[in-house]
Design a protein around this ligand. Structure first.
Ligand SMILES: *Cc1c(COP(=O)(O)O)cnc(C)c1O
Length: 383
């Protein structure tokens, strides 16, 4: 195994990725797929995931947050479309033309600057308007639409918005979807207004994973799932609604496992403290495994004394605080543990498992945060 010399590594299952993409393709039907690889592909590794996606021709777009991510994906060999969901600094706008990268526009200065660059280069660019429908994050209000249309009309190379998009505020956090319906109504009204101004966008897109799974009428021409491709449900509410709609629980399989090794084994007497702050005290003679992983790597300090890892399919509870680069687990009850043994931090081991969702629950977070904060320094290995 290539990981024999590694102290901590992340395994990415190619087979699970294919399974999830098949599910996304079935769910999206005739709508095209734009999958999110922002935040280092939700912690899975931008280059590893975009590399695997090249051969999945059902994926038309990668969506990213920043220009730097878009550039990395392009230079890494991604041959199809790339959309930047977040802001682009003024000094990077010209590079969008060079790399054939599509920005999402929510700000007039950016569009004007793109217009003048397009004129100078005599080059077209595909842009997407972000419409404000009720999330009040990035987006153009209905009153501002005409100003944006004027800019499109002023620059021949901009032509019109290639895409028009919005993002829902409240699909994954609730089983009541009135607010999503309200946003959808706003979106449709703004699209109509654009059409009446001779600015009918070629592609309309609104659906993240939860909307893709639960709401067919949000699909339009293109869907933008992220977390589902990595095999995780956006929330408990999303899976509950899906099951209530008669859906199955087998759509998505997690791609990612996170592993480490035992780098020290020690016996500690009863009534001894473990770790910073003396937050744990042994009640009996205890065998501790020291693990070379800590909050720097993305194992939250909030999990101190609140989590378990798996050694040979058996649970070893964390004892004491998670340190910056180390943590301690109690292996007293596990037979035959040896120095160098593999330890599972996220994923399956034998007949047991520990999930990103469990870690999120124990640390007052969500699976998105657990995954996206896995340190980018940890090697990703495709299995
Ligand atoms: C991250 C993101 C998505 C994907 O969301 P998931 O919940 O991971 O499917 C879609 N659209 C926008 C604008 C995003 O920022």
């Amino acid at each position: 195994m290539a990981n024999r010399n590694l102290l901590s590594w992340i395994e990415i299952s190619k087979k699970a990725l294919s399974h999830n993409i098949k599910s996304l393709a079935v769910l999206s039907g005739k709508s095209k797929l734009a999958v999110s690889v922002k935040a280092n592909a939700y912690g899975h590794g931008l280059l590893e995931i975009s590399g695997l996606l090249i051969n999945h021709h059902e994926i038309e777009y990668l969506t990213v947050h920043s220009f730097e991510e878009a550039q990395a994906a392009r230079l890494g060999g991604w041959p199809r479309k790339i959309m930047i969901l977040g802001p682009v600094q003024a000094n990077m706008l010209e590079a969008l033309f060079d790399y054939d990268i599509e920005p999402v526009i929510f700000e007039k200065t950016t569009l004007r600057n793109l217009g003048s660059i397009s004129k100078r280069l005599k080059k077209n660019i595909r842009t997407h308007l972000k419409l404000e429908t009720g999330t009040n994050r990035q987006g153009i209000t209905e009153n501002e639409l005409e100003d944006f249309v004027k800019i499109y009309k002023r620059y021949a190379y901009l032509k019109k918005p290639y895409g028009a998009s919005t993002h829902f505020a409240n699909i994954e956090d609730t089983t009541n979807h009135e607010y999503a319906e309200f946003q959808l109504k706003n979106f449709n009204r703004m699209i109509k207004k654009l059409a009446s101004l001779q600015m009918k966008p070629t592609v309309r897109h609104t659906a993240s994973s939860a909307a893709l799974i639960l709401f067919k009428k949000t699909h339009f021409d293109l869907v933008r799932p992220g977390i589902a491709m990595y095999g995780h449900w956006p929330s408990k509410e999303t899976i509950a609604t899906h099951l209530m709609q008669g859906g199955k629980n087998n759509l998505f399989k997690p791609l990612l496992s996170w592993k480490t090794r035992i780098t020290q084994l020690k016996s500690v007497a009863a009534d001894e403290f473990v770790g910073y702050g003396c937050t744990y005290r042994t009640t009996k003679k205890t065998r501790l495994a020291v693990l070379p992983v800590g909050y720097y790597d993305g194992y939250s300090r909030a999990l101190s004394n609140h989590s378990y890892v798996l050694v040979g399919g058996k649970r070893a509870p964390l004892r004491g605080r998670v340190c910056m680069n180390l943590m301690m687990a109690d292996v007293s009850e596990i037979k035959g543990v040896k120095l160098g043994d593999e330890v599972t931090l996220i994923g399956r081991s034998g007949r047991d498992s520990v999930s990103a969702e469990q870690l999120a629950g124990w640390s007052n977070s969500i699976n998105y945060e657990i995954l996206s904060r896995l340190g980018s320094h940890i090697p990703r290995i495709i299995v």
